[in-house]
Design a protein around this ligand. Structure first.
Ligand SMILES: Nc1ncnc2c1ncn2[C@@H]1O[C@H](COP(=O)(O)OP(=O)(O)OP(=O)(O)O)[C@@H](O)[C@H]1O
Ligand SMILES: [Mg+2]
Length: 574
């Protein structure tokens, strides 16, 4: 059996597809459906997970970890009782605890899982999630995006609907906005946009800071370095926030917060809902950017939407749904359980992989890569400089493979460094550096004469593989699956991209003008109409290769070949 796991910043859940083909959430060893994502290391350095760990937060905050999901992809070490732990290791304890709970409940071995991640998780964060699964003794069958999982849950219940849906997922640590189309059991993600550093924890932090400030004014004591006090105030802040979702005011009362000259000093404060709303307003309204981007990438306006799904505990804040109805001119509906929709969707995906969904409940999922993936190239000009050149554009349907041809930048150059970046900018510094490898053994020739083909493949888990090969000597190949260990490093680069627009001035340009114009016209017309996405991507690739061939003045036979490639793709469109 494959289980589905929602590994959340604040809470985690596990579910499976039962004999009726319906997702069912499995209770943990305490009998609860929702497990706090908190890990405590006891005196024997054994992990304690969930509510029992939450109870240790006040007593032993130094040996208790929360929100480790926020540290995924970072090279940070956590220490407890002299032992060091990676965030991945801590996350693996949560996964193992959930799997153990499922083993008890299902009375069978649980070693295969689908795990959800925020759509906007980077390549490194996805790999870390897979690693955490492996450390927990699980084979990670698939990583799927959380808002997509929520949509699967909705989709299974509404198989016959045809609907444009926006999923607004605001949890403990991340925001994801995803636009998708539901069409006779096909869940087709159109676009995804998000912020990996925004969630309920930020609201707790804002409240906590305001408490500290008030305490300092009143008692003239600065408690911001007292880890036990911070831990107590943080819990009080979260409780206050949750309470304000249901009432207009909340009283925080901590009579024994600290001591002064061995006398207890307490903290008492009434927080009004409207004061809390003022504190978080900027953070919430900032999400309009992600909503606009997701909609425009999906070629939709708010009026095209049929349903808005609210997912994640933080969407319980009344200000969030008010903001959404103002922004979208639309009353968002809670058609799914905001806490459990994601894990239920993970179980459905597990069922799809296993083939256990009932006939008639066939559901097909097509997801996208939510950000652009690029390689670094030297852009020629008066001031040559290294920039990012996109191979996989954001919101390309996955899996996707795109290749491009580049040329050498120096005379007699026999090696190139092939890098990979994630992000929308042409500026290296503004994107996330993923990894780089060196391709050597390129035949020695003048600058611009040797071609290097770079291939980016993005798989269903959202993981990237980069390959490069010398075109004239196909024995020379190299590839990497992006290695997180190298991330962050920068090196010199030496490949260039010729400016494709210069094909016009190539000696043989006139002979190919017609076919190039025709292809360009088709690309222009088809862009945005999603039916032939893949063919259009192929056409773009073939067209670029032809232009590149012209620029590099290839022989007639080769040019004719490249032209035929373009015509072949065009015929697929007719
Ligand atoms: N009634 C409520 N009002 C306001 N916030 C709430 C309420 N209930 C839960 N939350 C907040 O929701 C967050 C947890 O939501 P959820 O469990 O969906 O997140 P998660 O899955 O752990 O996080 P993520 O998906 O970002 O990794 C916490 O910050 C919690 O304080
Ligand atoms: Mg979540």
């Amino acid at each position: 059996m494959i289980v589905g796991i929602d590994l959340g910043t604040s809470t985690s859940e596990i579910a499976y597809l039962n004999a009726d083909g319906k997702p069912e959430v499995i209770p943990n060893l305490d009998g609860e459906l929702i497990t706090p994502s908190v890990v405590h290391l006891d005196e024997n350095n054994e992990p304690v997970v969930g509510m029992a760990a939450v109870n240790k937060l006040l007593e032993e905050p130094q040996n208790t970890f929360m929100e480790v999901k926020r540290l995924m992809g970072q090279e940070k070490l956590l220490s407890a009782r002299g032992e060091k732990y990676t965030p991945v290791k801590i996350a693996s304890f949560i996964l193992r605890y959930l799997a153990d709970s499922a083993e008890v409940y299902l009375n069978e071995k649980v070693d295969r899982a689908v795990i959800t991640v925020p759509a906007y998780f980077t390549d490194r964060q996805r790999r870390d999630t897979i690693k955490a699964g492996e450390l927990a003794g699980l084979t990670v069958e698939r990583i799927i995006n959380e808002p997509t999982a929520a949509a699967l849950d909705y989709g299974l219940e509404n198989l016959k609907d045809i609907k444009n849906i926006l999923v607004y997922d605001l949890g403990g640590g991340t925001l994801d906005v995803t636009v998708l189309e539901l069409f006779e059991g096909v869940v087709d993600v159109k676009s995804s946009c998000g912020n990996n550093a925004l969630g309920g924890k930020d609201f707790d932090e804002l409240l906590l800071q305001s408490f500290l400030k008030k305490f300092q004014i009143k008692e003239r004591m600065d408690l911001s370095n007292d880890i036990k006090v911070i831990s107590a105030l943080k819990q009080a802040a979260e409780q206050c926030k949750k309470d304000l979702s249901g009432s207009e005011q909340h009283e925080v009362a901590l009579p024994f917060l600290t001591r002064r000259k061995s006398k207890p000093v307490g903290f008492k404060e009434t927080v009004l809902r409207k004061d809390f709303e003022k504190l978080i307003a900027d953070k919430i309204t900032s999400t309009e950017t992600q909503i606009r981007t997701a909609l425009s990438d999906a070629h939709m306006t708010p009026s095209d939407l049929d349903t808005v799904l609210l997912v994640g505990g933080s969407t319980r804040i009344p200000f969030v749904s008010q903001f959404l109805s103002n922004t979208l001119n639309f009353e968002p509906k809670k058609f799914v359980d905001p806490d459990l929709a994601v894990v239920r969707g993970a179980a459905i995906q597990a069922g799809i992989i296993e083939g256990t969904l009932k006939d008639g409940d066939a559901i097909i999922l097509s997801d996208v890569c939510p950000y652009s993936l690029s390689t670094e190239v030297l852009r020629e000009g008066v001031f040559p400089r290294v920039v990012c050149d996109i191979l996989i554009k954001r919101n390309t349907t996955i899996p996707a493979t795109v290749s491009k041809i580049y040329v050498t930048s120096h005379d007699y150059q026999t090696a190139v460094d092939v890098g990979a970046y994630q992000g929308e900018s042409t500026e290296l510094a503004e994107n996330v550096f993923l990894d780089r490898f060196r391709l050597s053994g390129i035949p020695s020739d003048l600058a611009g004469k040797e071609q290097i083909k770079i291939i980016f493949s993005y798989d269903l888990n959202g993981i990237l593989k980069v390959e490069a090969e010398s075109v004239s000597n196909s024995g020379v190949k190299g590839s990497i699956t992006i290695n997180t260990a190298n991330a962050g490093k920068k090196q010199e680069v030496e490949i260039i991209e010729a400016d494709l627009n210069n094909w016009n001035s190539a000696p043989n340009a006139s002979k190919y003008k017609n076919v190039i114009r025709r292809a360009e016209k088709l690309i222009e017309d088809e862009d945005g109409d999603n039916g032939d996405d893949l063919v259009i991507e192929n056409l773009k690739g073939a067209l670029e290769e032809l232009k590149m061939g012209l620029i590099h003045n290839l022989g007639d036979i080769e040019l004719e070949d490249l032209k035929d490639n373009v015509l072949d793709v065009i015929s697929e469109l007719d």
